[in-house]
Unconditional design. Sequence first.
Length: 203
Amino acid sequence: MSSGQRLRQVKEDIARIERFLPVMKRVLTMLRAEIRNFQERIAELELSLQHLQQRWQACEAHPLCKTIEASLEAEVLTRSENLVGVDIEEVKAVQAHCRLSQVLICQSASSAAITDLAIERLQLAQRLQIERRNVARLEDAEEEFVFLINGSEQVRLPPLHEELARLARAMDEENGMAATIARLLREREADKHREMETWPLLG
Protein backbone atom coordinates (compact mmCIF):
# COMPACT_ATOMS: atom_id res chain seq x y z
CA MET A 1 0.00 0.00 0.00
CA SER A 2 1.40 3.37 -1.02
CA SER A 3 1.77 6.27 1.40
CA GLY A 4 -1.09 8.08 -0.36
CA GLN A 5 -3.45 5.09 -0.03
CA ARG A 6 -2.53 4.62 3.63
CA LEU A 7 -3.04 8.33 4.24
CA ARG A 8 -6.57 8.13 2.80
CA GLN A 9 -7.33 5.02 4.88
CA VAL A 10 -6.13 6.66 8.11
CA LYS A 11 -8.23 9.76 7.38
CA GLU A 12 -11.30 7.53 6.82
CA ASP A 13 -10.65 5.62 10.08
CA ILE A 14 -10.37 8.88 12.04
CA ALA A 15 -13.52 10.30 10.40
CA ARG A 16 -15.48 7.12 11.16
CA ILE A 17 -14.48 7.12 14.84
CA GLU A 18 -15.14 10.86 15.23
CA ARG A 19 -18.53 10.42 13.54
CA PHE A 20 -19.66 7.66 15.90
CA LEU A 21 -18.26 9.11 19.13
CA PRO A 22 -21.05 11.73 19.52
CA VAL A 23 -23.66 9.01 18.87
CA MET A 24 -22.16 6.74 21.54
CA LYS A 25 -22.00 9.65 23.99
CA ARG A 26 -25.69 10.47 23.39
CA VAL A 27 -26.62 6.82 23.98
CA LEU A 28 -24.51 6.81 27.16
CA THR A 29 -26.35 9.93 28.39
CA MET A 30 -29.74 8.28 27.76
CA LEU A 31 -28.54 5.08 29.42
CA ARG A 32 -27.46 6.96 32.53
CA ALA A 33 -30.83 8.73 32.70
CA GLU A 34 -32.62 5.36 32.58
CA ILE A 35 -30.30 3.97 35.26
CA ARG A 36 -31.18 6.90 37.53
CA ASN A 37 -34.90 6.24 36.96
CA PHE A 38 -34.48 2.58 37.85
CA GLN A 39 -32.37 3.40 40.89
CA GLU A 40 -35.07 5.79 42.16
CA ARG A 41 -37.73 3.14 41.61
CA ILE A 42 -35.61 0.53 43.38
CA ALA A 43 -35.05 2.90 46.32
CA GLU A 44 -38.83 3.33 46.67
CA LEU A 45 -39.41 -0.42 46.49
CA GLU A 46 -36.66 -1.07 49.05
CA LEU A 47 -38.21 1.46 51.43
CA SER A 48 -41.65 -0.12 51.05
CA LEU A 49 -40.19 -3.59 51.57
CA GLN A 50 -38.36 -2.36 54.66
CA HIS A 51 -41.67 -1.16 56.16
CA LEU A 52 -43.32 -4.49 55.34
CA GLN A 53 -40.37 -6.33 56.85
CA GLN A 54 -40.74 -4.38 60.09
CA ARG A 55 -44.43 -5.27 60.24
CA TRP A 56 -43.56 -8.90 59.48
CA GLN A 57 -41.02 -9.06 62.29
CA ALA A 58 -43.67 -7.70 64.68
CA CYS A 59 -46.00 -10.64 63.97
CA GLU A 60 -43.43 -13.45 63.63
CA ALA A 61 -44.39 -14.76 67.05
CA HIS A 62 -47.80 -15.83 65.70
CA PRO A 63 -48.04 -19.67 65.47
CA LEU A 64 -49.13 -19.62 61.79
CA CYS A 65 -46.51 -17.09 60.63
CA LYS A 66 -43.82 -19.51 59.44
CA THR A 67 -46.42 -21.93 58.04
CA ILE A 68 -48.03 -19.18 55.97
CA GLU A 69 -44.65 -17.93 54.73
CA ALA A 70 -43.59 -21.45 53.67
CA SER A 71 -46.89 -21.97 51.83
CA LEU A 72 -46.62 -18.94 49.57
CA GLU A 73 -46.25 -19.16 45.80
CA ALA A 74 -45.66 -16.32 43.37
CA GLU A 75 -46.17 -15.97 39.63
CA VAL A 76 -44.48 -13.09 37.83
CA LEU A 77 -45.70 -11.92 34.45
CA THR A 78 -43.07 -9.96 32.49
CA ARG A 79 -42.63 -8.66 28.96
CA SER A 80 -39.29 -8.36 27.17
CA GLU A 81 -38.45 -4.75 26.48
CA ASN A 82 -35.53 -3.11 24.70
CA LEU A 83 -34.37 0.05 26.45
CA VAL A 84 -31.58 2.06 24.78
CA GLY A 85 -30.42 -1.17 23.12
CA VAL A 86 -30.52 -3.19 26.36
CA ASP A 87 -32.89 -6.12 26.87
CA ILE A 88 -34.80 -5.82 30.14
CA GLU A 89 -37.91 -7.35 31.72
CA GLU A 90 -40.90 -5.08 32.19
CA VAL A 91 -43.03 -6.30 35.09
CA LYS A 92 -46.67 -6.57 34.01
CA ALA A 93 -48.02 -8.28 37.12
CA VAL A 94 -46.94 -10.19 40.20
CA GLN A 95 -49.48 -12.61 41.67
CA ALA A 96 -48.92 -14.49 44.92
CA HIS A 97 -51.16 -16.82 46.87
CA CYS A 98 -51.06 -19.08 49.90
CA ARG A 99 -51.50 -22.85 49.40
CA LEU A 100 -53.09 -23.26 52.84
CA SER A 101 -56.86 -23.80 53.02
CA GLN A 102 -59.00 -20.69 53.27
CA VAL A 103 -60.60 -22.19 56.37
CA LEU A 104 -57.24 -22.19 58.15
CA ILE A 105 -56.29 -18.73 56.89
CA CYS A 106 -59.62 -17.15 57.79
CA GLN A 107 -59.98 -18.83 61.19
CA SER A 108 -59.00 -15.51 62.76
CA ALA A 109 -58.56 -11.89 61.76
CA SER A 110 -54.87 -12.07 62.70
CA SER A 111 -54.09 -15.08 60.48
CA ALA A 112 -55.90 -13.42 57.55
CA ALA A 113 -53.94 -10.20 58.12
CA ILE A 114 -50.66 -12.15 58.32
CA THR A 115 -51.48 -13.91 55.04
CA ASP A 116 -52.21 -10.59 53.30
CA LEU A 117 -48.98 -9.13 54.67
CA ALA A 118 -46.95 -12.18 53.60
CA ILE A 119 -48.42 -12.04 50.07
CA GLU A 120 -47.75 -8.30 49.74
CA ARG A 121 -44.21 -8.77 51.04
CA LEU A 122 -43.49 -11.60 48.57
CA GLN A 123 -44.94 -9.71 45.61
CA LEU A 124 -42.84 -6.66 46.40
CA ALA A 125 -39.69 -8.77 46.86
CA GLN A 126 -40.27 -10.45 43.46
CA ARG A 127 -40.74 -7.09 41.73
CA LEU A 128 -37.63 -5.68 43.42
CA GLN A 129 -35.56 -8.68 42.31
CA ILE A 130 -36.50 -8.10 38.66
CA GLU A 131 -35.83 -4.36 38.82
CA ARG A 132 -32.40 -5.03 40.33
CA ARG A 133 -31.63 -7.40 37.44
CA ASN A 134 -32.74 -4.71 34.99
CA VAL A 135 -30.53 -2.03 36.50
CA ALA A 136 -27.60 -4.47 36.58
CA ARG A 137 -28.00 -5.03 32.82
CA LEU A 138 -28.19 -1.30 32.18
CA GLU A 139 -25.07 -0.71 34.31
CA ASP A 140 -23.21 -3.43 32.38
CA ALA A 141 -24.17 -1.69 29.12
CA GLU A 142 -23.05 1.66 30.57
CA GLU A 143 -19.67 0.14 31.44
CA GLU A 144 -19.30 -1.21 27.89
CA PHE A 145 -20.13 2.19 26.36
CA VAL A 146 -17.64 3.95 28.65
CA PHE A 147 -15.02 1.36 27.63
CA LEU A 148 -15.79 1.89 23.92
CA ILE A 149 -15.72 5.68 24.18
CA ASN A 150 -12.52 5.79 26.24
CA GLY A 151 -10.95 3.17 23.99
CA SER A 152 -11.74 5.24 20.91
CA GLU A 153 -10.64 8.58 22.40
CA GLN A 154 -7.61 7.44 24.38
CA VAL A 155 -6.40 4.29 22.62
CA ARG A 156 -7.41 4.31 18.95
CA LEU A 157 -7.42 7.99 17.97
CA PRO A 158 -3.99 9.15 19.28
CA PRO A 159 -1.96 6.58 17.24
CA LEU A 160 -4.08 7.32 14.15
CA HIS A 161 -3.46 11.06 14.51
CA GLU A 162 0.27 10.38 14.96
CA GLU A 163 0.31 8.16 11.88
CA LEU A 164 -1.62 10.79 9.93
CA ALA A 165 0.96 13.45 10.84
CA ARG A 166 3.84 11.09 9.94
CA LEU A 167 2.25 10.16 6.60
CA ALA A 168 1.54 13.81 5.83
CA ARG A 169 5.23 14.65 6.46
CA ALA A 170 6.29 11.68 4.31
CA MET A 171 3.96 12.82 1.52
CA ASP A 172 5.35 16.37 1.77
CA GLU A 173 8.87 14.97 1.52
CA GLU A 174 7.89 12.75 -1.43
CA ASN A 175 6.19 15.67 -3.14
CA GLY A 176 9.19 17.90 -2.44
CA MET A 177 11.55 15.27 -3.81
CA ALA A 178 9.35 14.77 -6.88
CA ALA A 179 9.27 18.53 -7.43
CA THR A 180 13.08 18.68 -7.14
CA ILE A 181 13.50 15.79 -9.60
CA ALA A 182 11.05 17.42 -12.03
CA ARG A 183 12.96 20.73 -11.77
CA LEU A 184 16.29 18.97 -12.39
CA LEU A 185 14.85 17.16 -15.39
CA ARG A 186 13.51 20.43 -16.78
CA GLU A 187 16.89 22.09 -16.27
CA ARG A 188 18.61 19.14 -17.94
CA GLU A 189 16.27 19.35 -20.94
CA ALA A 190 16.90 23.09 -21.13
CA ASP A 191 20.67 22.48 -21.05
CA LYS A 192 20.32 19.94 -23.89
CA HIS A 193 18.37 22.46 -25.98
CA ARG A 194 21.02 25.11 -25.36
CA GLU A 195 23.77 22.64 -26.36
CA MET A 196 21.90 21.74 -29.56
CA GLU A 197 21.50 25.42 -30.38
CA THR A 198 25.20 26.01 -29.70
CA TRP A 199 26.51 23.16 -31.99
CA PRO A 200 25.24 24.64 -35.28
CA LEU A 201 26.91 27.95 -34.45
CA LEU A 202 30.22 26.18 -33.90
CA GLY A 203 29.82 24.31 -37.17
